[in-house]
Design a protein around this ligand. Structure first.
Ligand SMILES: Nc1nc2c(ncn2[C@@H]2O[C@H](COP(=O)(O)OP(=O)(O)OP(=O)(O)O)[C@@H](O)[C@H]2O)c(=O)[nH]1
Ligand SMILES: [Mg+2]
Length: 324
């Protein structure tokens, strides 16, 4: 039996120009706005967004460049609506996909009300952070620096904090320290962010936590398992397409294709006797069951699509394109 899912996804709402959904009017003094979460790959941006909205909407992994799309996570409190925009880690791009991702992160910086520049507090400030700092000072958007992973800091961490404090001071950015993993410091972060927002309306219904369709999150949950279970080039070479989602009262049937670039990658993904694909499938199925709060049948196919990361057409087909 399918139990009633939490409202996680935009699909549960029938938005239309003629006003298919009514968003309640915000009380007086209510604040709202868009907060861009920006930083190097792997600093914990997506983990932070999931913790702040209280639900897993973005996938996370120890592999750099986990996030590929700009995702919105929504947190509504009695006093404010914070719309977080999680972005792909900014890095030096090596292929067309990388260029599109970095370009989209740059666009996000310009389109939000506040930027939360997340850095890894467990390692000293480096060239990657300085590159992003330069980008941020070219934009007019106000910036807060967020020092994450403080649970991983050594006992004598002053030198680490100082390396970031110097950068923040030179740009007059406020610094806030937290751990996205343990939630230490997150209430203070939330308060500081609300202080930076202006009085505004509810942009989304108060119980919505993401603007992403459920299908997209399903594809991401499959990709997450591939990131966690395979190695080397494979994690970066996959793109997921959800071919079918068929709901019945007892089970949701999902067919998905995993696109890879080479035959050798297909071999690794399928694994000995199909073992790898089975492992990916059963772990992803469990995650998707949590997402939709119902039973799932998941069937995965693997297809070779040579050089999809280099081709603008394939990128667009698979859902990666430069945003307007
Ligand atoms: N110890 C510790 N680990 C963390 C913390 N926040 C994130 N991580 C870990 O850091 C790794 C990267 O986290 P993500 O949230 O995927 O990082 P990201 O910045 O979104 O990475 P990209 O999407 O690749 O740019 C994961 O293994 C997380 O579990 C934290 O506060 N403390
Ligand atoms: Mg991410």
């Amino acid at each position: 039996m399918r139990v009633e899912p939490k409202v996680t996804s935009i699909d549960n709402y029938n938005f239309s120009l003629s006003g298919g959904v009514t968003i309640p009017q915000a009380p007086p003094e209510f604040k709202s706005g868009f907060i861009g979460i920006v930083g190097r790959p792997n600093v914990g941006k997506s983990t932070l967004m999931n913790q702040l909205v209280g639900q897993k909407i973005a996938i996370t992994s120890p592999i750099a460049q986990t996030t590929r799309n700009r995702l919105r996570g929504i947190l509504t409190t009695p006093e404010a609506q914070l719309i977080f925009v999680d972005t792909p880690g900014i890095h030096k791009p090596h292929h067309q996909l990388g260029e599109v991702l970095v370009q989209n992160a740059k666009i996000a910086i310009e389109s939000v009300d506040v930027v939360l520049f997340v850095v890894d507090g467990a390692v000293a400030c480096g060239a990657g952070d300085r590159y992003i700092a330069e980008l941020l000072c070219r934009s007019k958007t106000p910036v807060i620096m967020g020092l994450n992973k403080i649970d991983q800091q050594p006992s004598d961490s002053q030198y680490l904090d100082n390396s970031y404090a110097q950068m923040a001071e030179s740009h007059e950015w406020k610094v806030v320290k937290f751990s996205a993993k343990t939630s230490v410091g997150l209430p203070e972060l939330q308060e500081l962010l609300i202080e930076h927002l202006e009085i505004g309306p509810l942009y989304y219904p108060p119980d919505l936590v993401t603007d992403q369709p459920e299908r997209f999150i399903m594809g991401e949950l499959i990709r997450e398992q591939i990131l966690l279970l395979t190695r080397e080039e494979v994690p970066h070479s996959v793109a997921i397409a959800i071919d079918l989602v068929e709901e019945s009262p007892s089970i949701t049937r999902i067919l998905a294709t995993i696109n890879v670039e080479r035959d050798s990658q297909k071999g690794i993904l399928i694994g000995k006797g199909g073992g790898m694909l089975k492992a990916v499938g059963s772990a992803a199925r469990e995650q998707i069951q949590k997402l939709i709060a119902g039973k799932v049948y998941l069937e995965l196919f693997v297809k070779v699509q040579p050089k999809w990361r280099q081709s603008r057409v394939s990128l667009a087909e698979l859902g990666y394109r430069v945003e307007e």
